[in-house]
Write a protein that binds this ligand. Structure first.
Ligand SMILES: [Zn+2]
Ligand SMILES: [Zn+2]
Length: 339
């Protein structure tokens, strides 16, 4: 089978690999669509400590089942499915309190085991979710990043609260759409790039560059200020800005992994009782809700995402890394040949 293999910083190649054999509890999927995640772009640039070459990445995918392991009875060959790429152990103390997303022994498809930038991928059947056969595969592949955003929104936002989002990349745009359906009052999205902000505006947000942020915040939120901030960037400036902009008693949800270390005004955090919460991946419930929002048409990739073939992805990664890509999000569609 054809696989897109990460070979080292800025090196990707399409190589021939063996089709995986299913373990007793696994299914083999023929991959139909697989999104390129921002974290994989970091991996491509050699900035990810956990992605070690040679590696087939790809953790946001939709496909159809072509083979089942001997112990799998809940799915049928030919079913269209998406997968939660986070494989938890089910036995550690975190798993036993229902927090498989922070399992002490977690493995992620496309990081610790071969991912879906390939024609076929092996996944534990317990991690699969059926999607309607008529649902567009590229749209269905957005369920994974959308689940990340639903999880983050739930950790911070209460109904009718004002919301500020840093970052108008795919996670920022999906967070915006999720938050608006989950009860956000007004939303302001901050990003450096005007074309990214245009996508956020299309989706119903007010927008501003970091330089315009303070004025935009005053204009949109007035004396009510901002109760919740979701930081989908995660660098020094967005983190400190969040601390300085949030209402007393407000919540900052940290999703972006831009930098490991940041210097924050911690005395201000103490005196204003600001909560800073990390948000990582999602629960099964978040994943199911993501599928629901997509199938109801409440969240869309239209206007800000595009598709490409597996061979084209080599160039798309380079364009994304160099800031030359036209769209915010690219989804590899395996039925598309090289163009
Ligand atoms: Zn991802
Ligand atoms: Zn566990």
């Amino acid at each position: 089978m054809k696989s897109l293999v990460y070979l080292g910083a800025r090196q990707l190649a399409v190589e021939e690999r063996d089709v995986p054999e299913p373990k007793p509890d696994e299914a083999i999927l023929r991959v139909e669509a697989v999104g390129i995640c921002g974290s994989e772009l970091e991996g491509y640039l050699g900035h990810s400590s956990i992605r070690k070459p040679p590696l087939v990445m790809g953790h946001e995918f939709c496909g159809s089942i072509v083979r089942l392991g001997s112990d799998v009875h809940q799915f049928a060959i030919g079913s269209k499915v998406i997968a939660n790429p986070l494989v938890s152990c089910g036995t550690c103390d975190r798993c036993r309190i229902g927090k498989g997303n922070i399992c002490r022994n977690r493995q992620i498809v496309g990081i610790h085991r071969p991912g879906a930038f390939a024609e076929f991928v092996a996944v534990p059947a317990a991690n699969l979710y059926s999607v309607p056969a008529a649902m567009d595969s590229s749209l269905a592949s957005l369920a994974e990043p959308l689940a990340v955003c639903i999880h983050a929104v739930k950790l911070g936002l209460k109904p009718y609260e004002n919301l500020m989002i840093y970052g108008a990349g795919p996670i920022g745009l999906l967070t915006l759409q999720a938050a608006l359906t989950m009860g956000a009052d007004r939303a302001l999205v901050i990003d450096r790039q005007p074309d990214r902000l245009a996508f956020a505006k299309q989706l119903g947000a007010e927008t501003a560059t970091p330089e315009q942020a303070e004025k935009a915040r005053e204009k949109l939120f007035g004396a009510r200020g901002v109760d919740t901030i979701i930081d989908c960037v995660g660098v020094q400036s967005t983190r400190e800005d969040a601390v300085r902009s949030i209402n007393p008693g407000g919540t900052i949800v940290a999703v972006g992994l831009g930098q490991d270390q940041s210097l924050l005004s911690m005395n201000h955090v103490v005196r204003q009782e600001i909560a800073i919460v990390g948000s990582y991946t999602y629960s099964d419930e978040d994943f199911e809700q993501a599928v629901k929002l997509l199938s109801q048409g409440k969240v869309t990739g239209e206007g800000w995402s595009s598709t490409c073939g597996l061979e084209d992805a080599v160039g798309v990664f380079a364009d994304l890394a160099d800031g030359k890509a036209k769209f915010s999000k690219y989804i590899i569609n395996l039925s598309e040949g090289a163009r």
